[in-house]
Design a protein around this ligand. Structure first.
Ligand SMILES: [Zn+2]
Length: 128
């Protein structure tokens, strides 16, 4: 199995509902997003997929969240905009655009600070 990882960023504010800690107050993060793509096969020139293509797709999806108040953007007007639920949302959005042939988005990790990260994947992941 081959795996690629690209890293991207966006800046946004959020407010966790019903969370009796300081994160219940409006605040912002410079979020870092790691997107992993897996494929058991390579194309004819020895690539899973062009890194630039994955970065561009990720940039387009993150653009919708950049410099926004996440609690106002569906589905986060209803769901809490936690790092966990952001990771699942981004996994689904990116899978729709990237999955095809042998290629799958295998994991999305959302870092809300340098040392706090939430990841989402589906199914079995060997050597996660
Ligand atoms: Zn926060």
């Amino acid at each position: 199995m081959f795996e690629l990882t690209i890293t991207s960023q966006f800046a946004a504010a959020h407010q966790l509902r019903n969370f009796k800690q300081k994160c219940e107050r409006l605040h912002g993060h410079n979020w870092r997003v790691d997107v992993c793509i897996r494929s058991p096969e390579l194309d004819t020139i020895g690539l899973v997929r062009d890194f630039g293509e994955i970065k561009e797709t990720t940039r387009q999806v993150l653009q919708e969240l950049d410099h926004r108040f996440l609690n106002e953007i569906p589905p986060f007007d209803d769901l809490n905009p936690s790092s966990e639920l952001l990771a699942r949302y981004l996994f689904k959005r990116l899978s729709e655009r990237i999955d095809g042939g042998p290629i799958r988005v295998s994991r999305v990790s959302v870092w809300e600070s340098e040392n706090s990260c939430a990841s989402y994947w589906e199914g079995e992941l060997e050597n996660p």
